[in-house]
Design a binder for this molecule. Structure first.
Ligand code: 13P
Ligand code: 13P
Ligand code: MG
Ligand code: MG
Length: 363
């Protein structure tokens, strides 16, 4: 069995929260190469989306392996040291509570891992997003695995026709439920349509129970009873065969759907699909971005990546995202651009209420 682990953290931004410094990637690559030479890893690829460092690793040690996770943690610690040397913004942001960047939420790396028998051909896509949160994958995962208007294979391919099972986490209630498409999609959508509370953790094929997709939601669920907010999440999707085709997996991103997490983690904005070079959210620290790294896995080797959104067929989505961004920005501090009061990462409300509370009188 092969394990594909994607572990990510923001350990310092360059400049501000817009990008990562090349020295961090270099440090990560050096340490990953050493782990590969010691045979802990079969292969790796290090990359970034915005200010989030992404470690994509293959090995044979299964999910939640202590050594692989320790390697990732050591890399994030070493990169934090590099970031401190350059005084990068929010050095160690996702690791150390004392590294305050004005953002009190988010203190651990994000993880998406799956273990499977490598098929004769194994195309996978690793989606990585910045300036948003785990629930951002609800919409595209639903489209890929449950919507026949997105995925033709659900209708016309025997191997997909039985549908897919969705494991959904209640990130506030610290519970999970598995619901089956297509028969339970109306129930399912009641949850998936509320992505700040419910997030799809994994999707399984119902023809053979094989893992189809996994996303990074652990942190949200780990902290029982406490919502920990915008995680700049990752999602891994296997393609073709018993799963949607590559083009069906990419198709949901042709709509720049609205996600939370823009500017100070406190605003809604369109999720813009971009090529690797444009993974640098700058305007109002955004708009939120998603990149797609495609790989063929061959005996554990990561053949790739292919930059899947570096394609003119996504120009329309980018253009539409800019139109939506203009429209939302003009709302300034008003909802629905600004998040509802209890969802914002930043707020001055308690101070304002201390000051003004006694000036409120009964209606
Ligand atoms: P193959 O028959 O080559 O697998 O392609 C089917 C497909 O999914 C193309 O969209
Ligand atoms: P990150 O979560 O990507 O660090 O962004 C923080 C932020 O608030 C940007 O405005
Ligand atoms: Mg940051
Ligand atoms: Mg980020």
């Amino acid at each position: 069995m092969l394990t594909l682990s994607v572990i990510k953290a923001d350990i310092g931004g360059y400049v501000g929260h817009t990008n990562i410094h090349p020295d961090l990637l270099e440090k990560a690559q050096e340490m990953l190469a050493k782990a590969k030479s010691q045979r802990l890893l079969i292969d790796f690829h290090a990359t970034h989306v915005g200010d989030d460092l992404q470690l994509i690793m293959t090995h044979e040690r299964g999910d939640e392996d202590e050594k692989v996770h320790k390697l990732a943690f050591d890399i994030f610690m070493a990169c934090t040291e590099v970031a401190r040397g350059l005084k990068l913004y929010g050095a160690g942001q996702d690791l150390l509570s004392e590294a305050f960047s004005g953002n009190v939420r988010g203190m651990g790396p994000g993880v998406a891992e799956m273990t499977f028998e490598e098929r004769p051909s194994e195309p996978v896509i690793v989606f990585m997003a910045d300036k948003t949160s785990a629930g951002a994958w609800n919409f595209p995962l639903y489209k890929m695995f449950a919507d026949p208007f997105n995925t033709a294979g659900l209708v016309i391919s025997d191997s997909l026709h039985q549908g897919f099972a969705f494991e959904i986490q209640d990130v506030k209630g610290h519970k999970k439920i598995t619901l089956n498409g297509p028969e339970e999609i109306y129930d399912m959508l009641m949850f998936l349509g509320a992505p700040s509370r419910y997030a799809v953790k994994r999707v399984m094929s119902r023809s053979n129970n094989d893992i189809a997709a996994v996303s990074s939601t652990e942190r949200l669920a780990e902290v029982a009873g406490r919502y920990v907010g915008k995680d700049d999440p990752v999602c891994v999707v296997r393609c073709q065969g018993n799963f949607p085709a590559v083009g069906e997996v990419l198709e949901p991103f042709a709509l720049p759907f609205t996600v939370e997490g823009w500017m100070r983690g406190s605003h809604n904005g369109p999720l813009m699909p971009v090529g690797f070079k444009q993974a640098t959210p700058s305007r109002f620290d955004g708009p939120p971005r998603v990149i797609a790294a495609g790989f063929q896995i061959a005996n554990g080797k990561l053949v790739g990546p292919r930059d899947m959104f570096d394609d003119p067929s996504f120009d329309g989505a980018r253009q539409q995202a800019n139109v939506i961004a203009d429209y939302l920005r003009q709302h300034g501090p008003f909802e629905p651009h600004r998040l509802p009061l209890d969802e914002m990462e930043y707020t001055t409300m308690s101070g304002i209420m201390r000051k003004l509370g006694n000036r409120f009188s009964d209606l």
